[in-house]
Design a protein around this ligand. Structure first.
Ligand SMILES: *Cc1c(COP(=O)(O)O)cnc(C)c1O
Length: 394
């Protein structure tokens, strides 16, 4: 008989009933160190008192009114996002996929309103991940996402590898813009790099097309800057965010310049829940906390230390690991053995990591992780590697 919960995930058996900071407690009483943060979502840790207060305060006032009326918390969060980014305007969603959907709709509307409706094609990268709607699996195009769900939508073309030359070759009079993740997440923690992003910006400028970034996983302080593209010192036209901005409450957003959003007029797009008072109350606190020089400097310091330690773990266990890559606290360790075996071995050590594409395990801890907790993470990872090595030798 089919499970009451539709079996679209291969779930591990433990279930968590309580969390605090970087720690999760399962129903058996085990205490796990969370180096996955629910896939880069719980950016300020579990049950952060500041976020609890924001949520409870709002819960006692009003939960939902719809976007038929002004939502003060939504306006506050939009202003904060505008103050802290390239953007002039923000559309709120409940999830990442919806945020990228808005991005793609905006690109098409932009050209349609400019009298060039044939410019509807968006260039993306192979191995990219933009969510699970029909639109977003069509954007990524990967067999793993699309198989059996066809017909997928036209209007997307994937480039085999992040190469400016290859992208330049497929730009045509049908191209609306380019959509990439500055650090690819699900694909296996693949940073596109500062010079690539700068050249991509120049390419879009040369061809007068739109540059859209998906910072759903790599944004919100994850790389040690508020947004990953800031390392390359570029400004996109549109950006999708989600995950970390809600700190565990479902929240996403599509940020844009005034120019890119000029055709998104009243009645063109909407969402019943998007920008809901509860989500935005939490989002405001998350953003105020992370968009702070001292906070981000701490992330960079933690990241530097963690990276050095990981390099040495890899050097000690060359039969298990091959390399570490990524930016800030968005790291991928490429495995020589199956990444799923490594993730399982980490579970045995009460450490939560997340598998990713290209046989990596992802390290995406809450951004507030302390030095002592990072040390415990390294110890657990070494124990996991050591026990895998013992098994290999047995
Ligand atoms: C998680 C993710 C998405 C999809 O977000 P959902 O909230 O699951 O819809 C899109 N893009 C990237 C880069 C992601 O990491």
């Amino acid at each position: 008989m089919i499970d009451a919960v539709m079996p679209t995930y291969t779930r591990t058996p433990m279930g968590f009933e309580r969390g605090e900071g970087c720690w999760l407690y399962d129903t058996e009483g085990n205490k796990y160190l969370d180096a996955g943060a629910g896939i880069a979502v719980s950016s300020l840790g579990h049950c952060n008192p500041v976020l609890i207060e924001a949520l409870v305060n709002q819960a006692e006032k009003v939960w939902h009114t719809s976007n038929l009326y002004r939502i003060p918390k939504q306006e506050e969060l939009a202003s904060l996002l505008v103050q802290n980014t390239f953007a002039d305007t923000v559309f709120f969603t409940n999830s990442g996929a919806e945020a990228v959907e808005c991005t793609v709709k905006m690109m098409r509307k932009y050209w349609s309103a400019a009298g060039q409706p044939d410019r509807h094609q968006v260039i993306t990268l192979k191995s990219s991940f933009h969510g699970r709607t029909i639109g977003m699996i069509s954007a990524s195009g990967g067999e793993k996402l699309t198989k059996g769900f066809g017909p997928i939508l036209p209007g997307f073309v994937q480039v085999e590898e992040p190469s400016i030359k290859k992208i330049a070759k497929i730009i045509s009079t049908n191209t609306a813009g380019i959509l990439v993740e500055p650090v690819m997440g699900e694909g296996g923690i693949i940073p596109l790099g500062d010079s690539f992003l700068r050249n991509l910006r120049l390419l879009c400028d040369d061809h007068n097309i739109l540059l859209a970034l998906d910072e759903i996983q790599c944004g919100m302080g994850r790389t040690g800057k508020l947004f990953a593209h800031e390392w390359a010192n570029i400004r996109p036209d549109i950006m999708a965010i989600a995950k970390g901005i809600g700190g565990g409450f479902p929240l996403g957003a599509c940020l844009a310049t005034e120019k890119a959003a000029y055709a998104m007029q009243a009645g063109t797009h909407g969402s019943t829940y998007g920008g809901n008072p509860l989500a935005c109350a939490v989002g405001c606190q998350v953003l105020k906390t992370i968009a702070d020089d001292v906070f981000l400097k701490n992330v960079r310091n933690s990241a530097r230390w963690l990276r050095q330690q990981l390099e040495s773990v890899i050097a000690t266990y060359p039969d298990i690991f091959t390399e570490v890559r990524g930016e800030g606290l968005m790291l991928g360790i490429k495995c020589k053995v199956s990444n799923l075996d490594v993730v399982n071995s980490c579970y045995d050590q009460l450490l939560l990591t997340v598998p990713g594409g290209d046989n990596v395990i992802r390290i995406l801890p809450p951004l507030i992780i302390s030095e002592d907790e990072l040390k415990q993470m390294i110890d657990k990872l070494e124990n996991a590697a050591s026990s895998l090595k013992d098994k290999q030798n047995a």
